[in-house]
Design a protein. Sequence first.
Length: 532
Amino acid sequence: MRGWAPILAESTLEQRIQYLRDVNRSYDALANHTSAAEIVELRYLRSLWAKRIAEHFIEAAGQADKNDLRQICMLIAQLRTLLRGDAVRSLLDQQHRVGDSLSAAALCQLLSEHAIAEEARAGLSELAASSEWFLRLGPERLPRFRPSRKTGGLDPSQWLTQAPMTEVEFCAGDPDRVRVRGIELRSGDIGIVELNHPGDGLLESFLEQPGVAPHAMLYITRRVLDPSTSRILYQPSAVEIYEGGWRCIPITTALHPEFSWYSEWVRPNIGGNALPSDIGQRLSDAIDTMETFAFDFQARRVPTGGYFPEEFGGSCASCTNLIRVPFERAGIATLPYPVTQLVPRAARNLAVLGIPPIAGIHTPTNILNDSGFAKIGIVDNGEPEKGLAQALVVGRPDWDDTFGGWMSQKDLQLENLPNWKSVMNWKSAWEALRIRIGQSETAVGQAIRRLLQVEDAEVPKSVSDTTIAFYLRSDMEAGHIIVDRLYDAVVAKLSQSSELPLLSELRADSSIAAQVREGLLESALKKEAWYS
């Protein structure tokens, strides 16, 4: 993929499409057949490659006739990268100038599956497209849902009773099979996801195995009674954990670039067999009765049966363990559970924070690369620069001057860590105080929770306020460095090179490394002397 000239060479449409399909097939086949480290490198390389070829085709469309335009739309669709802005406008303008019904149909399919939703909707209207293309595009995203963050008083299930949210393309009329963003998802499929939340991935930064993405979501078609008509609504949904507990998000919102940058989707099997035919109903029933619970900072394995023992301090799960809960409660108790180990120094620092030794963490990368699940496809929102900047800042245990490197190479100083009395370091103190209020069983604490619309079960009771404040504050600091310092530097570096760089090569670049190092030295972690 680094040398992408072959696709630009003179060849037939069939040869070009076959070339792109071969690349897709080779990339999808990597899961379970190579190391996680190689997948991490190739994930960014493939995203850069697809974006650059798409830009070339968009430029070529300016000189295309109607036949060439149809072919260009078909080729771009094979790239599986998201189009937006000038790219969408350029294709629409060319269709109006020279296109015909065949090129219009190819463009409608491209927009409905591989263009940013708001612009695709406008473009389909401009083309007077038939309703089937709008159905494939799906309902508009709900902007109130933000990745990782609480949504400020929004009932996370309220959208489920809205009939327009069911307007998607169900395959062969099956409510548990939906076509969206160019792939078919079925109830029980699992997404390995990079969120559009810059600091995401801190936990994975000090694990022995590199992570291809730090988050996981479960696809389920929810069954909900429409209160106005008393009929069943089939709502394509992504179930995930976030800082306020678990929630259910419209799949079109979860896949939108404002929510996630990139996702890989896999399909579980049981002993080599497909999931039961009624798995959608069973998972939906399990979700209907699932209680509110908190994010588990300790990443403990949910016991068989999907219920939480008393020592958990309440119902709580990490993103990967959350996925197991509805499966376990639906009677599917044989999903694989591979884990990745922490590096020793990071384990020492977690102990300082009050987290007991963790034998291993069941990560999203384990689900993708160690489970034997079938690879379904990718949703690439065309922002590899963001993913690269995140990976460079969060880092790895053996990378100096990154969050992962600091956690794995330096010692945390207990006396300097954030707590609710740290009034001089108010940002860190506020994070800790917020958790202390959430954990408080006093009348004052309960009153404040009601005022803030926070349920008791949304706050972990078994983890200290210092631990959670440390995590949230570190997450915030990583985001500042990525957004304020590194993103523009990565974009500039990529624009200067005709050859697509690997993540490891960007890491070795002295100017890039300096930006990360200087950002860390200016962060709260350094100023408040959290590390020795």
